[in-house]
Design a protein around this ligand. Sequence first.
Ligand SMILES: [Zn+2]
Length: 353
Amino acid sequence: LSRRAATLVVSWALLAACSTGGAPVVAAPQPSLSVGAKTVPSAGVGTVAEALRLAGVEIPTGRVLSVRTHRALGPDTRPGRVLVDGQPTLPAAPIAPGAVITVERGGDETEPLETVTVPVPANKGIASLRVGSHPGTIRVTRGAISHELLSSAPVKAAFDGTLISSRPIALTFDDGPSPKYTGQILDVLARAHVHATFCIIARQAAQYPALVRRIVVEGHKLCNHTFDHDEHLARKSPAQIRAALIKAQEVISEASGGVAPTFFRAPGGNWSPQLEQIARSLHLTPLKWNVDPDDWKRPGVARIQSRVVATSHPGSIVLLHDGGGNRDQTVVATRYFLAKFQSLKYSFWVPRT
Ligand SMILES: [Zn+2]
């Protein structure tokens, strides 16, 4: 679909009178300007621009395209061309009777490039069990308007900080509160004097506020896990994402008796840079994980326990589930691996916001 092909022909027609020798002079027809079916008189028209204005014809502009995906950016700004008898001409040029004026759409052009140094967040921008981290920098070449990335080269490496203690680990429990399992998990944690983070589904928080208050009172942290476990949140508009996070935040805060979650975890781990950025703008730290025993698939207590122990290392954030289905195996496995971690001198922390 080439809008460029669309041309308008403005023909300047003049049936010039010819007078030869002593022959009688024939009255000449009025010089006229024809635009398609339209004919306008050309009397008093001195320049190309005046002819176009009289015909109501504009010189169409072209598009600026992004450097990588070639999408059109902003209003069309590339000037088009005007040709007289096929020759590019300035609009201010004088027009001679009989000439043919053509306008051509401005050519599409790729946006300019810029090379800039941008920060790179430490810990990939996620909550962690580290202190003293600092961001790095990276030099990128990108579209000056779209910021679409063409190439990048590290300048200064980010420093992910040092571990918060010698062998820290964090447990996170998702998809609760559950009337059947959250209390059991809280009992297991309390007996071991371990604090964890609970990623709460707001709809359930409204149903079981006493459990949310117990989580808070017993020293655990709250994480916003959306109102109804929306796994497609990242695909929604910024306004929808923002409204969804705020709604869940309000419902959970009310259930907890006024304690607001400080973390956000995307259901299904379906993150996007935009989702993370909006969470941060609401003072919610994105809470990811790097140990996932798939406990919700109920692979057996022994398997959950051995997966957690085998794949954890100092600094790990472990994903577990106290809600969303039968969590008998998670309750028992947690009891076992807590004892194992304590014998391995791990200490339990809540990630830093
Ligand atoms: Zn979940």
